[in-house]
Design a protein around this ligand. Sequence first.
Ligand code: UN1
Length: 493
Amino acid sequence: MTRDYGHYINGTWVPSESGRWFETTSPTTGEVLARFPQGTRGDVQRAVDAAEAAFPAWKRLPPPRRGEILLRAAQIMRQRKDELGALVTTEMGKVIAEGKGDVQESIDFLEYIAGEGRRLFGETTPSELPSKFCMTVRQPIGVVGCITPWNFPMAIPMWKVGAALISGNTIVFKPASLTPLCVATLVEVFEEAGLPPGVWNFVTGGGSTVGMEIVEHPRVKAVSFTGGVPAGKVIYEAAARLLKPVEVELGGKNPQIVLDDANLELALDGILFGAFGTAGQRCTATSRLILHEAVYDQFLAMLLARTKALVIGDPLDPRTDVGPVVDQAAGESIMEYIAIGKGEATLLTGGERLTGDLYERGFFIQPTIFATEHGTRISKEEIFGPVLSVIKVRNYDEAIRIANDIEYGLSSSIYTRDVNLAFRAIDDLETGITYINAPTIGAEVHLPFGGVKNTGNGGREAGTSAIDEFTEIKTVFVDYSNRLQKAQIVDER
Ligand code: UN1
């Protein structure tokens, strides 16, 4: 029997006022894993009340003490890593090594951000006046909203929750409806770690109801969202009307450039991992291979041979390279792009949905490669699946021009042995993240993560920037001169 969860509000699991439920299922087998409430705006309001009530005490708790709770959560996750990794794989469909990687990324981030409890640095600086002291301190914002995607069902929630909590905020959280069980399990981990009731509230349901109530509720003071561009725009616009700070982390169309002097074996390992890891369902996935003409034929031959040998199947089997895509709707959208690609480009390998036997219950798509001109739809639009566009270029300058001629700017990669070109590429590539001789995926948690252009609205998650999103800066002047001193004003009497 599967378990019925509830919303987690003020430290208890409660049903929705709607009385309605939805199921979360395995993308591999279709098996029902659990049921969650179909939340309402009223449910969110109750969660906001709980978060607001819990805020004063959580704010007062010294940040290093908050950090201890995050560290305990990380320790529990470390002990349960295999089981949690299997849960990620079961509910989301990424292969088991990546499922465990999702858990490890969560642990890494919690360990990193727990230490921020002993930093949360402000500034001190001299005053223009005598006997006056100037500094900044960081303060929590209050109740914050977090809305997370399904592709990193534990790591992205932990980036947001960890940073929000260490900063002293309380949370109203909505997970993607495809992967609520992963987050509900982390909610229980945090309960076991000693998180007080009301500090992290969890409400499941639709984006247009639960999600928008989080965005529009006047007592939710800031919102953090990771997902697609259309939803990101709706959220950003709605928040703008309320002058509510919101950070959106959106899509990518990430290029890997391979120049004529590259270590081709290395570049090959990189493109296979970048393009087909997580079945291409990362916002950092490599969806464009920009290939120098001098190595085009040779590299493509190597790539096609290795791609055809990839094992597609049960993601819990450690021998599998590529699992199912997350659900039927995702699969259909990817297949539509493949159909578009067949019309406008040359299909080199893949292009089919697999059927029969173990493929019958999930949506399995062959790793697919097209040779295309730059400018086709498949070379410019985010597909979010195992589909790679290969574009031939004559030189470095053309590679950079094409890499940048795109609406997104999350991640990029260049393979070359020329140190000068590598450094020029750091200057030239219009992305928030650039890799030299490494694939476009695999960012580390103690560095800022985010992108330029339509990938976001300027913020960065993780790393030292993680707390910027979740703290207000207060500027403090302490005048110990015992007389009225006026900045800027010269007394002319
Ligand atoms: C995402 O795809 O939404 O850099 C996040 C990476 C991971 C995070 C990806 N650490 O690929």
